[in-house]
Design a binder for this molecule. Structure first.
Ligand SMILES: Cc1cc2nc3c(=O)[nH]c(=O)nc-3n(C[C@H](O)[C@H](O)[C@H](O)COP(=O)(O)OP(=O)(O)OC[C@H]3O[C@@H](n4cnc5c(N)ncnc54)[C@H](O)[C@@H]3O)c2cc1C
Length: 371
C-alpha cells in the first residue's frame, strides 16, 4: 500500500485518520457511498490487549445498520446475560437482559472485533496504511498534507475524517480543543484463572468511596477488572504495581469475591488509561470532521462508547458525502447532533452518579454530585 500511495502523487479525496471501530465504520460507510478511502492507522504492538469492552444489547441497532451483525457471535465473543451492581446501596442488584428487546449483550474480544471489522472494510474497498500520522498541515489552498515515516513524500488529502480516538490528532492540528467534564481514569488489569475459568458472564459494577469497579469475564476465559477513579486519588506511589492494585481490590466486597472465588490472578502489572467524558469545542472545520471518541468520549459506565463511535462514524461519512454533493449545511447539522447526544448523555450521567449518596465527604462523589 505504501508503494501504491507514493507512486500516485495525486491528492486523495478522502483519508481517515485512525483505524479503530470509528475509522473502520466510517470507511465501510464511505465505500457504500461510492468512495475508496485510505485509512491510516498506528501499527499494533504484538500481543496488545485492549481494555475488554462490552456491547450493551441496544448496540445491535447500529451493528445491523452497518451490516456487520455476522461479526458479533460466539465463539469469538461471549454472550453477556446482564449485570449486577452495588451502587447507591450495600446490596447487589441484578439486571437481566432477558426481557431486553434486543436480547443479551456481548463481552467482545476487542482485537478480534477490530480484525474482522478491518477485513470487512478491506472487502468493501478501503485501502490501508499502517503508519502513525506524525505531522498534519492544513494547506492555504485547502486540503491537508500528511507526513508519516513510511512515506518518502507527504500525502495530500482534500478531506480528513478524524477517528484517532481521544488524541483527536486532526482536530488538534486544526486548532480545536477538548472540553473535559472530568478527569476519570481506569486503573485496570487482566487476570487469568489458576484452574477452570469462571462460567459467570454477568458483568459486575461496584461503587466504592474512592470510585467504582467494573469486572467482566472475557471470551478467552480471562477476566478484566478496572478501578475507575480520579488521577489525584490513585496511590501516589506504586500504582503500576500488582501488589498495590491487589490491595485496593481487597477493599471491595463483591469484586474481590468474583475474582478470588475462581482463583484469578493478574497477568501483568496494571495500567492506567484515560476514561473521562469530553467533547471537542468544534466537531468539524474546513476540510475535516471528527467522529467516535475523537469527537466525544463517554464514561465507561455508559457502556455505549463503541456503539456511539460506530453511529457517529456512519453519520460523519454521510455528512462528508452530502457536503461533496453540494450541501454546505450538512456538517453543521452533524455537529449539532453530536453535541445534542453529548448533552443528553451528561444528564443521564449526572442522574446515575446522583444515585450514589453513601459517601458524601468523598472527593470522588462530591465532584460528581456537586455537594
Ligand atoms: C476503561 C474503559 C472501558 C470502556 N468500556 C467500554 C465498554 O464496556 N463498552 C463500550 O462500548 N465502550 C467502552 N469504552 C469506550 C470505547 O473503548 C471507545 O468508545 C471506542 O474504542 C471508541 O472507538 P474509536 O474508534 O473512536 O477510538 P479508538 O478505539 O481509540 O481508535 C482510535 C484509533 O486511532 C489510531 N490512532 C491514534 N492516533 C493516531 C495517529 N496519530 N496516526 C494514526 N492512527 C492513530 C489508534 O491506534 C486507534 O487504532 C471504554 C473505554 C475505556 C477507557
Amino acid at each position: 500500500m505504501t508503494e501504491k500511495v507514493n507512486r500516485h502523487q495525486e491528492r486523495l479525496p478522502i483519508v481517515i485518520a485512525g483505524g479503530g471501530p470509528a475509522g473502520l465504520a466510517s470507511g465501510i460507510r464511505l465505500c457504500q457511498l461510492g468512495y475508496q478511502p485510505l485509512i491510516l492507522d498506528r501499527p499494533r504492538k504484538p500481543a496488545e490487549r485492549k481494555i475488554g469492552e462490552s456491547l450493551a444489547p441496544s448496540a445491535w441497532a447500529i451493528i445491523h445498520k452497518l451490516g456487520i451483525s455476522h461479526l458479533v457471535s460466539e465463539p469469538s465473543h461471549l454472550a453477556c446475560p446482564g449485570h449486577r451492581s452495588s451502587w447507591g446501596h450495600d446490596g447487589l442488584i441484578s439486571k437481566d437482559f432477558l426481557f431486553d428487546p434486543y436480547g443479551h449483550g456481548w463481552h467482545l474480544d476487542r482485537i478480534q472485533f477490530e480484525k474482522d471489522l478491518r477485513k470487512e472494510a478491506q472487502i468493501a474497498g478501503c485501502q490501508f496504511l499502517d503508519q502513525s500520522i506524525q505531522r498534519l498541515k492544513h494547506l492555504d489552498s485547502g486540503g491537508w498534507e500528511i507526513s508519516s515515516e513510511a512515506l518518502q513524500n507527504p500525502l495530500q488529502a482534500s478531506f480528513l475524517i478524524d477517528a484517532t480516538g481521544r488524541p483527536s490528532t486532526v482536530a488538534h492540528a486544526a486548532g480545536a480543543r477538548r472540553m473535559r467534564e472530568d478527569q476519570l481514569v481506569a486503573w485496570y488489569g487482566f487476570l487469568k484463572p489458576s484452574s477452570k475459568p469462571s462460567k459467570d458472564a454477568t458483568g459486575l459494577i461496584e461503587a466504592r468511596p474512592e470510585g467504582w469497579w467494573y469486572s467482566a469475564l472475557l471470551p478467552d476465559g480471562c477476566m478484566v477488572a478496572a478501578f475507575l477513579t480520579d488521577p489525584d486519588l490513585l496511590p501516589a506511589t506504586g500504582f503500576q504495581t500488582s501488589a498495590e492494585w491487589e490491595k485496593w481490590l481487597d477493599l471491595t466486597v463483591y469484586t474481590k469475591h468474583q475474582i478470588r472465588a475462581n482463583g484469578y490472578r493478574l497477568i501483568d502489572n496494571p495500567q492506567v488509561a484515560p476514561a473521562g467524558s469530553s467533547i471537542l469545542d468544534s466537531i468539524h472545520g474546513p476540510d475535516w470532521v471528527g467522529c467516535g471518541d475523537a469527537a466525544a468520549s463517554y464514561d465507561p459506565l455508559s457502556s455505549h462508547g463503541i456503539a456511539t463511535a460506530l453511529a457517529s462514524a456512519m453519520d460523519s461519512a454521510q455528512a462528508f458525502h452530502d457536503l461533496s454533493c453540494g450541501n454546505p449545511l450538512t456538517m453543521e447539522r452533524y455537529g449539532n447532533r453530536v453535541n445534542k447526544s453529548f448533552e443528553l448523555y451528561k444528564k443521564l450521567r449526572t442522574e446515575f452518579y446522583g444515585q450514589e449518596n453513601r459517601w458524601p465527604d468523598s472527593p470522588f462523589w462530591k465532584r460528581r454530585n456537586g455537594h
